[in-house]
Design a protein around this ligand. Structure first.
Ligand SMILES: *Cc1c(COP(=O)(O)O)cnc(C)c1O
Length: 496
């Protein structure tokens, strides 16, 4: 029988390799190259801009004819790897992002090889996710009926929790009738993440219904101001339904007082949610854990395994104290989702009943590999390392006259700024703001360290968020020296 005698439907899948041995060789090369990159991260830049030719290569209006996968891989090495976002590099400190545990990359490859759809049905992908949920429940001290699931990130997790709180207030009928005349109001600190606002917009409640509560001197939600606002809203006929506390604010790493908020929320019958995007995993550090006192009393938590947990993107997680609060929002009676007592359509936990997605990949496998092989001790150690580096950075800032720290910080996020050469005098805030922006941009373009910018008390600040467990003392020194050098250059002097 010749090739042409085989009917197309009996031939191998066009997606399967024509030459499995060559495929195996390519796979081994990919792993070798990845390991080389990970071992040599510090030798290259944090980040570099894409040259015009590379950018142009990604703007082809149509797909070219197929080429051998070896060619695609060569293009990947040349045009993708050098221009990645940089968060795996030890000098990346601009944003709240994890560095990624290498074993997670291998596990992600294995997960893709299994190609499980983890929306539901009876298979091990679901069991893996339930296992992670049980561990999380234990870490947070949540009750037996608690349920959690993976989502893309804390943004989605905060949205899911907002919907659960909305349903608790309005009943499951909100799914049929919509919001009607409900005048629901929610509360979050001024320092809350922008995705908390977006959750209100996406939930159809509108961002005006999110009351922003002023911060106290420690950048926490001011409890008295919160209570006063709730009272005012109740008197005006609104229905307070949700308080979103922040455990680890993105700007300064502040933790709201969960015990006080739990007392107040219980008194008013309001759902208390915690945006613990990075901070919730602080339960694994003895130095952060005290800031999370009261966590076991809240109704829901959003957090990310991809920040302090170092699981490769993406791996957000939402957990509610009572799983029924999620099924009330998401479970659906569609016929093709119906359950059987045995067979593939069995299984009592279908994530699609607890979240917005039906088809979803297996984020649990990479998380399971990392947690089992490194333990939560590794998370605690990575957190403490960031805290120690932040301490060092604060000490160095205090020693350098042209630098000043901004905002409170006893955590791993340090905001500061260049304030002009000693004795320079006369620099206006507007000029310093512009100079600090330039300093951040220049440092990013040079590629040794990459801080970001934020605004603290109305001033532009450089921000170093120390989440990457690969960072060392030399990265902190490079940041301080780099800011001094760039600042001096801007001030018209060659060297500090
Ligand atoms: C990172 C972060 C978010 C957003 O999480 P994503 O995973 O990026 O969606 C929300 N809140 C806080 C406090 C964060 O640090």
């Amino acid at each position: 029988m010749t090739q042409s005698d085989i009917s197309p439907v009996d031939s191998p899948s066009a997606f399967d390799p024509q030459d499995w041995e060559a495929f195996r060789v390519l796979g081994r090369r990919m792993v070798d190259d990845l390991v080389d990159q990970l071992q040599g991260l510090a030798d290259g830049p944090v980040w570099q801009p894409m040259p015009d030719a590379v950018r142009a290569a990604f703007r082809a209006p149509s797909l070219a004819a197929p080429v051998p996968v070896e060619q695609v891989y060569a293009d990947y090495l040349e045009t993708v790897v050098p221009f990645a976002g940089g968060n795996r590099h030890p000098g990346f400190m601009g944003w709240v992002q994890g560095g990624g545990a290498p074993v997670g990359a291998l596990a992600e490859m294995l997960a893709a090889g299994l190609n499980m759809n983890c929306g539901g049905r009876d298979h091990v992908g679901i069991a893996l996710e339930e296992q992670i949920g049980l561990w999380v429940r234990g870490w947070f001290g949540f009750p037996e009926g608690a349920k959690g699931l993976f989502v893309t990130g804390a943004s989605m997790a905060n949205f899911v929790a907002c919907l659960a709180a909305r349903s608790r207030a309005l009943g499951a009928e909100v799914r049929a009738h919509g919001l009607g005349e409900a005048r629901l109001t929610a509360y979050a600190a001024d320092g809350a993440h922008a995705c908390v606002v977006r959750a209100m917009e996406m939930a159809g409640l509108g961002r005006d219904a999110l009351r922003r509560v002023p911060l106290n001197a420690d950048f926490q939600m001011d409890i008295k101001a919160l209570e006063a606002r709730i009272e005012t809203d109740v008197e005006a006929g609104f229905r307070p339904f949700l308080i979103t506390a922040t455990a680890g604010s993105v700007d300064v790493g502040a933790f709201d007082d969960l015990e006080a908020l739990a007392d107040l929320a219980a008194r008013y019958g309001i759902w208390l949610h915690v945006d613990g995007a990075f901070g919730a995993l602080g339960v694994h550090s003895a130095r952060v854990r005290p800031k999370l006192a009261g966590l076991h009393r809240v109704q829901s938590v959003a957090f990310d395994f991809h920040k302090w947990g170092q699981v490769p993107y993406d791996a957000g997680f939402v957990m509610v104290a009572d799983g029924a609060d999620l099924t009330e929002v998401f479970a659906s009676p569609a016929a093709y989702l119906s359950r059987e007592p045995e067979g593939l359509a069995a299984g009592d936990f279908w994530p699609t009943d607890y979240g917005p997605d039906l088809s979803r990949g297996c984020r649990a496998l990479k998380t399971w590999f990392i947690l089992r092989s490194s333990g939560v001790e590794a998370i605690g150690a990575a957190i403490d390392r960031g805290l120690d580096l932040a301490d060092l950075l604060r000490r160095r800032i205090a020693e350098v006259p042209e630098l000043e720290q901004l905002g409170p910080s006893d955590l791993n996020i340090v905001c500061f700024r260049w304030r002009g050469m000693p004795g320079g005098g006369g620099d206006t805030t507007a000029l310093l703001d512009e100079q600090n922006r330039r300093i951040a941009r220049h440092l990013q373009l040079k590629g040794r360290v990459a801080p970001s910018l934020t605004r603290i008390d109305g001033k532009v600040a450089l921000r170093a968020a120390l989440f990457n467990p690969r960072a060392t003392v030399s990265d902190i020194n490079a940041l301080v020296d780099g800011v001094r050098f760039e600042g001096a250059a801007l001030a018209g002097k060659a060297n500090p």
